[in-house]
Design a binder for this molecule. Structure first.
Ligand code: ADP
Length: 430
């Protein structure tokens, strides 16, 4: 029997103990009155506490408003502790949920949680930006009503998630996403959206590059094979033979140039950052001038303009290759009688190496693409001039490894200016 019940019985007994003598010695009704008064007091006491409990239970708060008397004190105390513990548990859960949401938000991949009918339960800000969702208004909406691309809708409907879906964004053509769907908590789905734009671009560049290299090498190779076959099968006179051999030598020279430029490019790409060795610029400029004169063979005027005796810090072979390509291009794309200027200037902001020519010039639309591998304005002209289409790619790469910017200005029929600006940190003796 519980202590409260015993106490209640004892109090009733006490009322009876007082009421019986009163009933006996005074009057029966007086005895009953005493007994009822005792009982009524008890009832009033319990009712008061019950009313307090009832009031509190409507809006439970953890404060002193839940203080009881007598046996109620124990009950209220337990309720108070229970409520407090419950609230602490809820606060801990809220913290955990907030942390999970924060972790979801911190992910660099997009995350969308879907219910069994593909309705949105949650998505992080990355997914909002990637797929154009707004979690506040889109929660509860079918995701296919918001991302309507047929390949995406088909992927969710077919429900074969063994492979990710590659989705080219229809909101932003440049972005490519890889979408993984993982089942969780029964029929729910977790959609992970990875931005693979960069990998996709590299992949495409690699494929284009292999296709370009194959194409570039196949042409001279086909010519060589053709001549070889002719020489093997047909009897040709000495004069014809000499002509064939000269053409074959030309094609093999072309292949050699392409392979040489490819090797240069790959060695620059895979090399560690360039050393900080001093590069004797007056000496290098002089060598560039002599090379230009040799290549020009008297067809152009070659001038050197320099206001400085400063040197560069960097990798000499890479700089020679970059500057050499600019000078060679100027000679190759400037008709006879033109002028080529090699410029080396220092200023407080750094130093500038430039090559100016009065050559054929370049239309503005081609300029942003000139440093792409194998990009040429005029394929035939470049080939006739002995170009590989890799020169400016090498230039750009070597310069950027020296923190230098390549600037191209050109006007068709007037000439071009290719310049490289080096920061002060790369210049010795300013
Ligand atoms: P290429 O081996 O064909 O010269 P580059 O990468 O060095 O390849 O140059 C790319 C293209 O840029 C060239 O094919 C040519 O059309 C153009 N170009 C480069 N330098 C000049 C220049 N000085 N004047 C005119 N066009 C140029």
């Amino acid at each position: 029997m519980s202590a409260q019940l015993i106490r209640a019985l004892l109090l009733a007994l006490l009322a009876a103990v007082v009421a019986v003598p009163v009933g006996h010695f005074v009057a029966i009704w007086a005895g009953w009155a005493v007994f009822c008064a005792g009982f009524g007091l008890q009832l009033a006491f319990h009712f008061r506490n019950f009313a307090r409990l009832e009031r509190w239970s409507r809006a439970p708060v953890v404060d002193s408003s839940l203080e009881g008397e007598g046996a109620w004190d124990g009950v209220f105390g337990r309720l108070y502790r229970h409520e407090k513990e419950l609230r602490a548990q809820i606060a801990r859960r809220d913290d955990e949920i907030a942390m999970l949401i924060a972790a979801g938000q911190a992910l660099t991949d997009g995350v969308v949680l879907l219910d069994e009918n593909n309705h949105i339960l949650f998505c992080n800000t990355t997914a909002e930006a990637q797929l154009g969702l707004v979690v506040r208004t889109d929660r509860g909406q079918p995701v296919v009503n918001l991302v309507r691309q047929p390949e995406f809708v088909g992927y969710l409907t077919d429900a074969d998630f063994s492979r990710p879906l590659t989705l080219r964004s229809d909101r932003n053509e440049d972005r490519v996403f890889s979408i993984y769907v993982l089942p969780y908590a029964g029929n729910r789905r977790l959609m992970q959206v990875k931005d693979v734009t960069q990998t996709d671009r590299l992949d495409r560049m690699r494929r284009d590059f292999v296709a370009n290299v194959s194409h570039e090498l196949r042409t001279p190779l086909t010519v060589l094979a053709g001549f070889l076959e002719t020489l093997q099968e047909i009897e040709v006179d000495r004069e014809e033979q000499v002509r064939y051999l000269a053409l074959m030598a030309e094609q093999s020279q072309r292949m050699q140039s392409i392979v040489q430029d490819l090797l240069t490019l790959s060695s620059i790409e895979s090399a560690p950052p360039p050393e900080n060795q001093p590069v004797d610029m007056p000496n290098l400029i002089d060598k560039l001038r002599r090379d230009a004169e040799a290549l020009s063979n008297g067809r152009h005027q070659i001038a050197v303009e320099t206001n400085a005796q400063v040197d560069l810090r960097g990798s000499e072979p890479e700089l020679v290759s970059a500057f050499g390509n600019l000078v060679a291009n100027a000679v190759r794309y400037t008709p006879a009688g033109g002028t080529i200027r090699i410029i080396w200037r220092a200023s407080a902001a750094g130093a500038e190496f430039a090559v100016e020519d009065t050559g054929i010039g370049i239309e503005a639309k081609h300029i942003p693409r000139l440093t792409e591998r194998f990009y040429r304005v005029d394929r035939g002209r470049s080939r006739d001039a002995g170009g590989t289409g890799l020169g400016l790619a090498i230039v750009k790469h070597s310069l950027s490894r020296h923190q230098a910017q390549l600037e191209i200005k050109s006007e068709p029929g007037v000439g071009s200016r290719f310049s490289a600006r080096f920061p002060v940190a790369r210049v010795l003796g300013v």
